[in-house]
Design a protein. Structure first.
Length: 309
């Protein structure tokens, strides 16, 4: 039996340290801890990595501290379009939804699509309809809206009206939740869920539901979930690139993933981060922004942080 390990991120769009209220700090850390505990309980019960990451992500989708599910970012039309995916490193199977507007927990539907295996990725109304037909909870789009996200959209649109070209805050530009796990059977899995970014164009799809970009898992190498400027993750085939550097170049997880987050992604001007785990249970949580909600848990030890701590 292998030692089970779970690692998560809640997006690299952390509120700057000076602006993070004590209440928001406590709420985000508590949610991260809850996600870790819920997912880890699945692993210690002998459950699969795919199930552990699904349960960990559902906790974060249901928590407004993060940009996924309830509390997701609004697009420029004031609507939520949600993306999610999940990949099983044992079988190489994957499932995903993009632009869903009514699925309460998109990661659950991605998980089920993985089992169905064909189709792998469903979009927009078709994803919502498939979820409803398969018994998943569907809600009105307004269910996902919080006061904070409405204010963020107003802030972003106002910046455009006044032609403010200074960079928007990382908080308004980024956010996503992700989880990776190694289960006691030696399987790796990765999942990611997001609302994208505030004021994104209608119909815009980022890296989160794109297998090989925002999400990747392969038992031979690693499980990876990304957060940050999705267009760049797609162009770099980020998740698959980490895997490929490990498999073909023999790089360690840390070297492969840090090379991308602190190398190519910085060069391309993209705020980015990730959570990842390799087949031996080594965890990597790199980010090149001011902070990233993140944590991991393994037997007898756990860790949660937002900025340096
Ligand atoms: N990667 C997500 C996207 O581009 C957003 C983020 O993580 O900041 O949709």
């Amino acid at each position: 039996m292998r030692e089970a390990v779970l690692a998560i991120h809640g997006g690299c769009g952390a509120i700057p340290k000076a602006e993070l209220t004590p209440e928001a700090d406590i709420a985000a850390r508590a949610a991260l801890r809850r996600a870790l505990e819920v997912g880890y309980a699945v692993l210690t019960g002998g459950g699969l990595a795919t199930d552990a990451i699904t349960e960990a992500i559902v906790v974060m989708e249901d928590d407004p501290s993060f940009n996924a599910g309830f509390g997701a970012a609004l697009n420029r039309a004031g609507q939520h379009e949600l993306d999610a995916s999940l990949m099983d490193g044992a079988s190489g199977r994957a499932g995903a939804v993009a632009g869903a507007s009514r699925i309460r927990n998109p990661v659950r539907v991605a998980r089920r699509l993985m089992e169905a295996s064909d189709p792998l990725l469903l979009i927009a109304d078709a994803a919502d309809a498939w979820a409803a037909a398969n018994g998943f909870a569907v809600v009105e789009n307004a269910y996902f809206t919080t006061h904070e996200r409405r204010e963020a959209l107003e802030r972003m649109l106002e910046r455009e009206w006044v032609d403010d070209i200074s960079p928007a805050s990382e908080r308004d530009r980024h956010g996503t939740v992700g989880a990776v796990a190694l289960d006691t059977h030696g399987n790796l899995a990765a999942a990611t869920s997001t609302g994208g970014y505030t004021a994104k164009p209608v119909g815009r799809v980022g890296d989160t539901p794109i297998i090989g970009a925002g999400t990747w898992a392969d038992n031979r190498t690693c499980a990876v979930s990304g957060t940050g400027k999705g267009e760049l993750f797609i162009r770099l085939a980020f998740g698959h690139e980490v895997h490929a550097r490990m498999l073909y170049r023999g790089e360690s997880l840390e070297v492969a993933i840090s090379g991308l987050v602190h190398g190519e992604l910085v060069a391309l001007g993209g705020g980015a981060g990730a959570c990842a785990i390799d087949r031996s249970g080594n965890v990597s949580l790199p980010y090149n922004t001011e902070g990233m909600y993140r944590g991991w848990i393994r037997q007898g030890a756990s860790y949660v942080a937002i900025h340096e701590t």
